[in-house]
Design a protein around this ligand. Structure first.
Ligand code: FAD
Length: 139
């Protein structure tokens, strides 16, 4: 069985409220559990950055569905890697965003603003890993 890790970023079509994000997370957590997919989602200033880990075909199929979601656009894959071990196993879909200590963590990471389009694949991955260590389960 081939496991992959897919990172992408996208632009929300409108400002997302915490309720909007909660809706996405609720669906994601329930669907991902049944698909044995895990990952992490960040949202800030209309940017989404997400990592998905799981079996290749299952992640590919979910990604196509997510990419087609009318709540966002300009979906760009940052990296797609075959992996032996998962880094985000603890979360059906973890979350970090403006509601938590996102700004402080951004600064800790050496960034003044959240611009996933300027991140290298390694930076995107490290950023999501750091966010997952501080993630807010309650969003
Ligand atoms: P439903 O949730 O009932 O959705 C049915 C259809 O309605 C879908 O086409 C959906 O895109 C659309 N829809 C639902 N709510 C809205 C809304 N508020 N506005 C406009 N259209 C809407 N899903 C996962 O399973 N796992 C994930 O990790 C995941 N991550 C996501 C990340 C982002 C940034 C976004 C925007 C969406 C994400 N989703 C995720 C949701 C995904 O795009 C699909 O909506 C979802 O997988 C469909 O779930 P469902 O079959 O239970 O149908």
């Amino acid at each position: 069985m081939s496991q992959i890790r897919l990172l992408y970023y996208s632009r929300a079509l409108q400002d997302m409220s915490l309720g909007d994000i909660s809706n996405i997370l609720q669906t994601a957590r329930s669907n991902n559990q049944s698909k044995d997919i895990c990952g992490m989602l960040c949202y800030e200033s209309r940017w989404f950055l997400q990592v998905l880990e799981g079996e290749r075909e299952v992640v590919n199929e979910l990604f196509l569905e997510i990419a087609d979601d009318p709540r966002h656009d300009d979906v760009v894959i940052i990296s797609y890697d075959y992996v032996d071990t998962r880094e985000f196993q603890s979360w059906q879909m973890g979350y970090a965003g403006s509601a938590g200590n996102f700004s402080e963590l951004l600064q800790e990471f050496g960034l003044s603003k959240f611009s996933p389009d300027e991140m290298s694949p390694a930076q995107g991955f490290e950023f999501l890993k750091m966010m997952s260590a501080h993630q807010n389960e309650n969003a």
